[in-house]
Design a protein around this ligand. Structure first.
Ligand code: FAD
Length: 490
């Protein structure tokens, strides 16, 4: 029986029961502290943080939001800092939390948009960038960039996507990275580079092609550390997400023209760019998914407040009395719970795999395309419950939807993860065929023993479908034919 931890109010008794024994006393205590900090400090400051961002199109890109900086100081003092960086993976710089323990915290943080992760120094793209530096950086690179990032003194950007190539296949990247004496020269045109608009961003981690002729398309790329004030960098414009500019961080279009940095700014080694981007993403995807679940939960809570508003009645009933509304609420709850179980199982896999997310690639891939769509559906229902108010600036739901929608594209579009999961799944087919052949042999032996000629009759699965169809069941064998290729013994 799980204990009554305050996190249950934000998640569920069932999910807490599944993971409570995996939580160390330190993690439980940190989680309790985080909930208190979220309720007493972060939530009350949310509207103020929006109000402190000027409307002025120039000033908003030069602003460091005061209340966020104040909260950062408080969070650090409380030890609510760099919670994403697990000591198990990063003994020197990490905190004593596992990916699973942080995943639950990420869900809570996801309820309060971009602000909450930033306040505890857990926001993307800094998180992934800190992991790159902690994992692959030289002691000098770590001193110069990692330590200020860990302290929350600077911010950073990761520049991979390019305007003129299909960047979901990172082998297409064209930005040129070449050596000239003791320097590296970079030329390229990137866009959608998150964080590059922030006045605190002092570092771009740039991926480009250093060896385009290499036989292996996975060894042509390198990654270089580029100070944001290096001559030759032009921030062309911030890209807007459905009209939102996400200032002051932004997602910028950038031109790198003859940008020169010292040779010592190369990360890990020539031709090792792919290795770096692969190492960067695993746990981060779990955290994105958990934040998306937090956003969906927040949307559902918002919807509950709205549909129980006693001042709103349509067609003689309060909103919550309409069956359609009750159904939307129930479906949302069910989908959130299912998604959380999925992501927690991925986080558990990472924990079990101990050091790299490789052992959990399947689970992470599934979560990456299932969870954002689930969250979008839940937020969409909440928007609907507000009528026109749901799509306007008075509620956070429209912005929440816009942010979640980008998760289906950023960090690998759904289609790419679906393809990888599908291909992985197909690898099971030879084993299934072999098993089916063995079963057929045992069936043959049974038929022979019984003295009955084995015909081409329907399998048990097909009989089940037909019986249910005849009973006017919704299971229709025509709409849902069994996949004969997947079940070759039919
Ligand atoms: C808000 C936001 C923030 C971002 N932040 C960053 C950042 O900080 N740094 C950075 O480098 N990039 C960033 N990106 C860019 C993002 O990573 C890319 O947009 C993404 O990788 C897709 O690349 P692309 O836009 O070039 O699309 P393309 O590669 O042109 O793909 C277009 C579409 O093709 C389809 N497709 C691709 N492959 C397959 C397939 N195998 N099967 C079927 N269909 C397929 C998909 O539907 C895909 O959406 C950000 C994007 C957004 C929206």
């Amino acid at each position: 029986m799980a204990s009554q931890h305050p996190i249950v109010e934000y998640t569920s008794q069932a999910s807490w029961a599944m993971i409570e024994d995996k939580f160390s006393p330190y993690a439980k205590e940190t989680l309790t502290k985080l909930i208190k900090f979220y309720e007493e400090e972060i939530l009350p400051a949310r509207r103020l943080s929006h109000a402190q961002l000027p409307e002025d199109p120039v000033k908003r890109w030069k602003t460091v939001i005061p209340v966020i900086e104040e909260l950062k100081v408080k969070a650090k003092k409380l030890g609510l800092w760099n919670l994403f960086l697990s000591k198990a993976h990063y003994p020197e710089h990490g905190v004593p939390l596992t990916n699973l323990e942080y995943a639950v915290m990420a869900e809570l943080l996801g309820r309060a948009g971009h602000m909450a992760p930033e306040v505890v120094n857990c926001s993307a793209p800094d998180t992934g960038n800190m992991e790159v530096l902690a994992k692959y950086g030289t002691p000098e690179q770590q001193k110069k960039w990692l330590i200020p990032l860990l302290n929350g003194e600077i911010r950073s950007a990761f520049a991979m996507t390019e305007r003129h190539v299909a960047s979901s296949d990172a082998t297409n990247i064209r930005t040129s990275i070449r050596r000239e004496g003791d320097e590296i020269v970079i030329n390229g045109h990137k866009w959608w580079i998150s964080g590059a608009g922030d006045p605190r961003t002092k570092l771009h981690i740039v991926m480009g092609k250093s060896d385009p002729g290499n036989k292996s398309s996975y060894h042509q790329q390198s990654v270089v550390l580029v100070p944001s004030d290096t001559p030759g960098i032009t921030i062309v414009r911030p890209m807007k997400v459905f009209g939102y500019d996400d200032a002051p961080e932004g997602h910028c279009e950038i031109i790198y023209e003859n940008v020169r940095v010292p040779l010592s700014n190369l990360v890990l080694g020539w031709g090792r760019g792919f290795e770096i981007i692969q190492g960067r993403l695993g746990p981060g995807r779990i955290h994105h998914c958990m934040r998306a679940i937090g956003a969906a939960s927040e949307a559902l809570d918002t919807m509950l407040r709205r549909v129980t508003d006693p001042s709103r009645k349509t067609f003689g009933k309060y909103l919550h009395e309409h069956g359609a509304v009750i159904a939307e609420i129930a479906k949302s709850r069910a989908e959130i719970e299912a998604a959380r179980m999925l992501v927690l199982s991925a986080a558990l896999q990472v924990k079990n795999a101990d050091i790299t997310p490789k052992g959990a690639l399947k689970e992470i891939g599934i979560a990456k395309f299932v969870v954002p769509s689930m969250a979008l559906t839940v937020v969409d229902r909440a928007i609907q419950s507000f009528g026109a108010e749901g799509v306007c600036q008075d509620q956070g739901l429209a912005k929440m939807w816009a942010g979640l929608r980008t998760l289906r594209i950023a960090d690998g579009p759904d289609a790419v993860h679906i393809q990888q999961v599908g291909q992985r799944e197909l690898k099971r087919a030879p084993g299934l065929v072999k098993k089916a052949a063995e079963l057929a042999k045992r069936e043959d032996a049974l038929f022979q023993k019984a003295g009955i000629k084995k015909g081409k009759g329907p399998s048990l699965v097909a009989i089940f479908y037909v019986l249910n169809f005849e009973k006017n069941s919704v299971i229709n064998p025509i709409a849902n034919p069994p996949l004969s290729s997947a079940l070759p013994f039919l």
